[in-house]
Design a protein around this ligand. Structure first.
Ligand SMILES: NC(=O)c1ccc[n+]([C@@H]2O[C@H](COP(=O)([O-])OP(=O)(O)OC[C@H]3O[C@@H](n4cnc5c(N)ncnc54)[C@H](OP(=O)(O)O)[C@@H]3O)[C@@H](O)[C@H]2O)c1
Length: 255
């Protein structure tokens, strides 16, 4: 008999801009999913409603995240190092702002060690699938995002993606284009590989659409053992994507 129990899904970075949308969408689909979130602080927890299913932990410290992983079936990783702007930047004077990472919160610690800790914790409890959100641009080691705060963020993200692909756990790696805070569900989504979309005019996507793709990836075999770039056509051009099975079926790359 098929297992009809709802799938328990942990979303990490649940206080973040995309993670909070995933958490909310999972809560709205309680017939299918039991939502859980992981955030860094009590403040982040309150920001998303403060429910008991939100755990507080730091992905850089493996023991601190263990309780959140107990009994989960799937994991959606939406954690990321976040660069901060150096104070004193005055846009009226032109030039570019400078960025930095706080000590201990460089991409190496968050996007590599932190993602690795999550993959290990998920493996230890036997999860059936991990969805990891990364970024387009990873094929170019000289991408400008890597020089931001000397963090090499895309290089460390890529290393974590490789670790996941090598883990043996069914995975879906979503390399998003530039993220926008606009309405979801109204654009035609585009999947591709090897950063080819970066050479086109369609290289952005809404956080809401990324969140939807993360959850849809849990429902289709076609999404498993796949890695793809994700962007969308501008609103009003193309046909809004509704058939996610067909979208995932278009993806042929494992990494
Ligand atoms: N910005 C773009 O245009 C763009 C483009 C392509 C891809 N992406 C990628 O897409 C993903 C989602 O982006 P976003 O802008 O929605 O994310 P975001 O709002 O920056 O959220 C990042 C989350 O990571 C969490 N986090 C950071 N350090 C942590 C730690 N040590 N332990 C646990 N959690 C930690 C933060 O938690 P708290 O809030 O609890 O502190 C935060 O919620 C990221 O991987 C990003 O790099 C971004």
């Amino acid at each position: 008999m098929a297992d009809s129990r709802p799938t328990t899904v942990l979303v990490t970075g649940a206080g973040g801009r995309t993670g909070s949308i995933v958490y909310k969408k999972l809560k709205e689909r309680s017939d299918e999913y039991v939502a859980r979130g992981l955030v860094t602080t009590q403040d982040s927890k309150e920001k998303i409603g403060g429910a008991e299913d939100v755990f507080v932990g730091d992905i850089r410290e493996a023991e601190s995240i263990t309780p959140a992983f107990q009994g989960i079936d799937a994991l959606i990783i939406l954690t990321s190092a976040v660069p901060k702007m150096k104070p004193g930047f005055d846009p009226s004077k032109g030039g570019r702002p400078e960025f930095y990472y706080e000590d201990g919160a460089y991409p190496e610690q968050v996007d590599w060690i932190g993602q690795k800790n999550q993959i290990d914790a998920a493996k230890a409890v036997g999860v059936k699938q991990i969805v990891l959100v990364g970024s387009m641009g990873g094929t170019n080691p000289n991408h400008p995002l890597n020089s931001l705060g000397n963090g090499n963020i895309l290089i460390w993200k890529r290393k974590a993606e490789q670790y996941l692909a090598d883990s043996g756990i069914p995975y879906t790696i979503i390399r998003a284009g530039g993220l926008q805070d606009k309405e979801g569900g109204v654009r035609e989504l585009l999947v591709a590989k090897d950063d080819v979309l970066l050479q086109t005019d369609t290289k952005s996507i809404t956080r809401s659409d990324v969140a939807e793709v993360c959850i849809q990836a849990l429902a289709f075999e076609e999404a498993k053992f796949k890695a793809f770039d994700l962007a969308s056509k501008p609103e009003g051009t193309g046909t809004p994507t509704k058939d996610f099975k067909a979208l995932f079926a278009q993806v042929t790359s494992r990494f």
